[in-house]
Design a protein around this ligand. Structure first.
Ligand code: IDP
Ligand code: MG
Length: 143
């Protein structure tokens, strides 16, 4: 079954949006299989954002993601990687459509509330980086 990695960033936690954000993926019909609140180490943050290490915003991105608690999650379902990206919205919240998480709650690209894996391959890499297998729960939703 297809899985994606999502992380509510420190701004989402600080602004008490955890419940609202999780709810959007639940009511859409995806299945939550991993969930933890954690303070992210610099090492994990740098590995997670490795592809951006030459970008000018890299150090501020690492500073921010390690600044407070993050809610790390794995969600499962057919097409979940691309669908979650649609639910999240464009990287810059000013470009994100109303109805998306970033479109509804943000105005700043450096405070865009949530991370979502961009491809199935990236999702597998990120799930393995953030979770150990024993932290993931395989279950069949009754509905
Ligand atoms: P994504 O989160 O929509 O996949 P990426 O291009 O992978 O966007 O960038 C990773 C994160 O880096 C973004 O979510 C955002 O927090 C930050 N970021 C991206 N572009 C900029 C920028 O131009 N200025 C500041 N931060 C940026
Ligand atoms: Mg990305």
């Amino acid at each position: 079954m297809e899985q994606t990695f999502l992380a509510i960033k420190p701004d989402g936690v600080q602004r008490s949006l955890v419940g609202d954000i999780i709810r959007r993926f639940e009511v859409k019909g995806f299945t939550l299989v991993g969930l933890k609140l954690m303070k992210v180490s610099r090492e994990l943050a740098e590995k997670h954002y490795e592809v951006h290490k030459e970008r000018p915003f890299f150090s501020s991105l690492i500073e921010f993601i390690t600044s407070g608690p993050v809610v790390a999650m794995v969600w499962e379902g057919d097409g979940v990687v691309a669908s979650a990206r649609k639910i999240i919205g464009a990287t810059n919240p000013l470009d994100a459509k109303p109805g998306t998480i970033r479109g509804d709650f943000g105005i700043d690209v450096g405070r865009n509330l949530i991370h979502g894996s961009d491809t199935i391959e990236t999702a597998q890499r990120e799930i393995n980086l953030w979770f150990i297998q024993a932290e993931l729960v395989s279950w069949n939703p009754a509905n």
